[in-house]
Design a protein around this ligand. Structure first.
Ligand code: PHE
Length: 457
């Protein structure tokens, strides 16, 4: 595969659009909804520290590897893996990485869309003013009523899937680029406004801060370490081909190292700012940090409800959360759509409609897991459908996909090819290579084995 090769599927306008698109994929519900609630469930500080270490030692090197694969392969992840394996004289079996990624993308999107639907529902409710001036408990009751109602959940889940399909069907230039260019900066500004509110109005900023950053290792279990690592993959959109697919659209001239680091840093900042904004509000309203998936949806509307201009800010906030979710959801389905259009010359519209319908259907499992199927007879290993999907994708499929990607880039691909793609100084390249060949795979492996051992023992 020569240098002259341009992407089969088009390229981004420039380096910044890749940054925006990759950041659009990375920054989403994972940062604003999931990070705070799992940090709360696993007790704060120590979990955050492990997560940060995983981002630096595992996430960034693997994100670089995934981008290298994508840009060198220049196809949809399934085809890229097959072609690169051929080029490296490795077995065709490597295309399984692409297949597993497509499956992981479908499964993640199936529940992601339901949660994004909550954000749509809250946009509506904030706009209607029904959340103004309520206590935390009252907002909690409002949230519980929403998730107890399969019809309402289905409505918002459907709406979100339709929106995703509309953007994806328009293609990467019109669809993806334009949407992220506006959403990301705006979302960030709004998080800063919320942070300001938390600092000035709640009196609990110090407590929120130390919850996030004081490390109590006695609370740290292997399960928490797995969750922290899994979340590092989830939040950076790693291990399922999203970054590979976007890498395929990246211009040759852009530096992968600095681009990836920019994306990872932006993603981490958004998560930490979201955490710093949310926990003081949680404490100020006497809520439990470990309250679970409803944490964001109960704490923030309570704060907006008491803030001057809160109704406007509240609507804007949930619109932005929905849009941030949208810029992630399109990347969850893009590998599959890119593959179908490439392999069967299917139109984007047909591929998108087909896959969205499938994902929508799987998503109904998550819709019901909060109401009709919340009972024990619908649980596996003590988890509801939603919890199981979340666990299997984030904690198993993404790390496994990432592990294979790291091994492929570090051990299977020719060193000279990777060296050329990364275009780093020799010292930096060797550092990356050590992380990618040894450190990252060993971390993932050890965490897997420790958890397996705990589960069996
Ligand atoms: N990174 C996204 C988020 O944090 C979710 C995602 C995971 C997107 C995997 C693409 C691939 O919300």
């Amino acid at each position: 595969m020569g240098d002259q090769k341009t992407a089969a599927l088009g390229t981004w306008a420039n380096r910044w659009t890749f940054i925006l698109a990759a950041a659009g994929s990375a920054i989403g519900l994972g940062n604003i909804w999931k990070f705070p609630f799992i940090t709360g469930e696993y007790g704060g500080g120590a979990f955050v520290l492990v997560y940060l270490v995983c981002i630096a030692l595992v996430g960034i090197p693997i994100m670089m590897a995934e981008t290298v694969l994508g840009r060198h392969g220049r196809h949809s992840p399934i085809v890229t893996m097959r072609e690169l394996a051929r080029e490296s004289d490795a077995g065709r079996g490597w295309s399984l990485v692409g297949w597993m990624g497509v499956l992981a993308g479908f499964l993640i999107l199936s529940f992601y869309s339901v949660i994004a639907g909550w954000a749509l529902a809250f946009t509506w409710d904030m706009g209607a003013g029904v959340l103004m001036g309520l206590t935390g408990e009252q907002v909690g009751a409002h949230f519980d009523a929403l998730i107890a109602d399969p019809v309402r959940l289905t409505f918002w889940h459907t709406l979100f899937m339709v929106l995703t399909a509309l953007v994806i069907a328009r293609g990467i230039h019109k669809g993806l680029e334009n949407s992220v260019r506006v959403i990301m900066p705006l979302l960030f500004v709004l998080l800063i406004v919320l942070l300001g509110y938390s600092i000035v109005e709640t009196d609990q900023f110090g407590r929120g801060f130390s919850f996030l950053f004081s490390f109590d290792f006695s609370k740290l279990t292997w399960e928490a370490v797995l969750a922290a690592m899994g979340h590092a993959f989830f939040t950076l959109s790693l291990g399922m081909g999203a970054i590979m697919a976007y890498g395929a659209y990246m211009p040759k001239s852009a530096s992968i190292g600095s681009t990836v680091i920019t994306v990872a840093v932006l993603d981490t900042i958004v998560a930490l700012v979201a955490g710093l904004a949310i926990f003081p509000i949680v404490f100020a309203n006497g809520m439990e940090p470990g309250a679970g998936p409803g944490l964001l949806f109960v704490s923030l509307p309570t704060a907006f409800g008491h803030m001057p201009g809160g109704q406007v800010f509240g609507v804007l906030f949930f619109v932005l959360v929905s849009l941030a979710a949208l810029s992630s959801s399109i990347s969850l389905i893009e590998p599959a759509v890119a593959w179908a259009t490439e392999r069967f010359s299917m139109s984007r519209l047909v591929a998108t409609s087909l896959f969205s319908a499938l994902v929508w259907l799987i998503g109904m499992g998550t819709v019901f897991s909060f109401n009709l199927w919340s009972g024990e007879e619908y649980q596996w290993f003590g988890m509801t459908v939603f919890e199981l999907l979340d666990f299997v994708t984030a904690n198993i499929m993404l790390p496994l996909g990432g592990l294979l990607i790291a091994i492929f880039a570090g051990w299977i691909m020719k060193r000279s090819v990777v060296y050329k793609e990364l275009n780093l100084s020799l010292v930096r390249f060797n550092l990356w290579r050590a992380l990618c060949r040894v450190i990252a795979p060993v971390c993932v492996f050890v965490i897997f084995v420790a958890n397996l051992y705990k589960a069996i023992a």
